[in-house]
Design a protein around this ligand. Sequence first.
Ligand code: 5GP
Ligand code: ZN
Length: 123
Amino acid sequence: MDNCIFCKIVAKQIPAGVVYEDEDLLAFKDINPAAPVHLLVIPKQHVATLSDCTDEHAAVLGKMLALAPKLAAEHGIAVKQGPDGQRSGGYKTLINCGPDGGQEVYHLHLHVYGGPRPWRGLG
Ligand code: 5GP
Ligand code: ZN
């Protein structure tokens, strides 16, 4: 897609801190991280927003979400559970959709945020 910044990252026309790549997905570091770990997972094929997704996108949406725990493990933000059952660590996944959803880049992306709190403005 012309003039799509994330398509340009997929095409390696502009640099990004790529942390994962396969035939369908790319994951890279957010340029303006809102948490100690802030990654973006995108489909390589351009789709502007979650609202444009149909049943045909179910597989790639599933792949995007399934990648989050793998990235979390690789970046030290997985949920850990102690012998007493107490959980620590963890992360937040988020898809902003449309203007009222806070979406700024119109190429579908899943945010993965994690690391020690506090984080900037994410609840
Ligand atoms: P949105 O508000 O659309 O859900 O989030 C877009 C995200 O993309 C923001 O967190 C922003 O920092 C990130 N971003 C925007 N442009 C670039 C870029 O050129 N490179 C990278 N790595 N991240 C970007
Ligand atoms: Zn795009």
